[in-house]
Design a protein around this ligand. Structure first.
Ligand code: UT7
Length: 332
């Protein structure tokens, strides 16, 4: 059954740290090659944040740009939901730090840990509050400093990720022909062991041993995650379209999570969509975890690839496993 939410995205902005790190730069850090990275992942370069730049700093930059672009006063924001797996610290929540820096004095907010699906989880949650009439303006931020949890001796993971942030503004939809039409989310916790950061939580608090064993970094069974992502991205897309009586031919644009170009192309092939209808920026940003979808939307807007009324699908699979697909009519 469809789950329409009377909420729409009314603005989008992103922040990317200025430092560009190419595959040739990565060759100087680990035993890898530009050719391997390009052909296996589609990545050519990524951005690295300078030391001292945390998820809240990047998220605040994205949010400031968004509010300035839309002419919205920070005091009008009622809710801030931040998706991140690299919060500045366990607590206070990164949402609190962003609220303070923005001067969003009438907002409450919290962080949400959904890894690569995190932004879509955050968008669904914020949209529920807006759709229910609880808030008129909600800010949804995806921000990850992946370099803070990358093992730069592990070539199988460190070449994949980059740093970045994106933000969207969510406001009430005023008609059935705009905004969020439906969403699908699920988790499959049996896949948790395939992509995780072992230490730093209550199970393995930080100790000399956890540091020595390199347990504060991303660990991934790449092939397992790859197979799951290829299958679930396609299944989710078909499910959300079918139950709304739509087909991929009705879609104007897909904004997929950017983990691997081969995963994106496999989904695209199953949907029978050509390149012009699928946002790809993994070549320039790598996998920015919670930021990939809002950065994809930012690029789509900047490239003039989104028009009012367009049917848009946002879709992601990530650590957990977590999944998400959100179908909407673009509203501005
Ligand atoms: O965003 C969250 C969700 N994450 C994903 O969706 C990621 C899903 N997984 C993937 O995208 C892919 O599995 C990877 C890109 C991570 C790896 O690609 P793969 O084609 O599955 O490679 P592989 O892990 O099977 O490794 C193949 C070979 C191995 O060498 P041998 O054992 O065949 O000699 C690796 O050691 O490639 C080697 N390798 C590398 N070689 C050069 C692994 N990483 C590198 C590297 N440079 N950076």
């Amino acid at each position: 059954m469809s789950q329409r939410i009377a909420a729409k995205i009314t603005g989008v902005a992103g922040y990317l740290p200025p430092r560009v790190v190419t595959n040739a730069d990565m060759e100087k850090i680990v035993d890898t090659s530009d050719e391997w990275i390009r052909t296996r992942t589609g990545i050519r370069e990524r951005r690295f944040a300078e030391p001292g730049m945390a998820a809240s700093h990047m998220g605040t930059e994205a949010a400031k740009k968004l509010l300035a672009d839309r002419g919205v006063n920070p005091e009008e924001i009622g809710l801030i939901v931040v998706a991140t797996v690299t919060p500045d610290m366990f607590f206070p929540a990164t949402a609190c730090l962003i609220q303070d820096r923005l001067g969003a004095s009438n907002a409450w907010g919290f962080d949400l840990s959904g890894a690569c699906s995190g932004f879509l989880y955050a968008l669904t949650v914020a949209a529920q509050f807006v759709g229910a009439g609880t808030h008129k303006k909600a800010l949804v931020v995806g921000s990850d400093v992946m370099t803070s949890i990358l093992d730069f001796t592990d070539r199988a993971t460190c070449v994949l990720f980059g740093d970045g942030a994106g933000a969207v503004l969510v406001e009430p939809a005023t008609s059935d022909t705009e905004g969020i039409i439906d969403f699908v989310h699920d988790v499959d916790g049996s896949g948790g062991c395939n992509l995780y950061m072992p230490a730093g939580g209550s199970l393995h608090p930080a100790s000399h041993e956890t540091v020595e064993k390199r347990m504060h970094y991303v660990h991934q069974e790449g092939q397992q995650v790859f197979k799951y992502a290829v299958r679930r991205m396609s299944d989710l897309a078909c499910e959300v379209l079918q139950r709304n009586g739509l087909s991929s031919r009705d879609l104007s644009l897909v904004v997929p999570h950017q983990a691997n170009l081969r995963i994106i192309r496999a989904m695209q092939e199953r949907l029978g969509m050509d390149d012009s209808k699928v946002i790809v920026n993994i070549d320039r940003y790598g996998n920015t975890t919670a930021a990939t979808i809002p950065l994809g939307l930012k690029d789509a807007v900047e490239q003039g690839r989104l028009r009012k009324g367009d049917l848009v699908l946002l879709i992601a699979v990530g650590a957990g496993y977590t999944t998400g697909a959100i179908l909407m009519r673009w509203a501005y």
